[in-house]
Design a binder for this molecule. Structure first.
Ligand SMILES: [Zn+2]
Length: 126
């Protein structure tokens, strides 16, 4: 194991508080939220079980970055919204698209700094 990898190799959490792995070295049952979602799963209330740490060289934001991992064995299927929830969401989104001045659904979410559609906003060329 290289020194770079050894820096973040801490499966017991003695150094970092929680089990910590370098890139590509986490056990297969530990996944990120996005990896869980890709399998149709959610963390289901479990806290962060482990982390991956790596030294980022990204321009402008170098430093140690973390990806938090969850145990796939505790994960539960993603919940699907009920028809009532979908209806409520559709209603809320429609409200955000409806201009209070001309009272039409303009087809886009109204800019909050205007509060109206682009046609009703003063000083905004249509
Ligand atoms: Zn309008």
């Amino acid at each position: 194991m290289s020194r770079i990898r050894a820096r973040f190799w801490d499966p017991t959490g003695a150094r970092y508080g929680i089990p910590t792995y370098p890139w590509q070295m986490a056990p297969p049952h530990l996944l990120t939220v996005r990896q869980l979602a890709a399998r149709g799963l959610r963390p289901a209330g479990q806290g962060v079980q482990a982390q991956i740490l790596w030294a980022s060289t990204r321009h402008g934001a170098p430093g140690v970055r973390a990806a938090y991992l969850y145990d796939v064995r505790v994960a539960l299927p993603k919940r699907t919204p009920t028809p009532a929830q979908l209806a409520a969401l559709a209603k809320a989104t429609a409200a955000r698209r409806t201009c209070p001045d001309c009272r039409t659904d303009v087809g886009y979410v109204l800019p909050r700094h205007l509060g109206t559609c682009l046609d009703c906003a003063p000083g905004v060329a249509a």
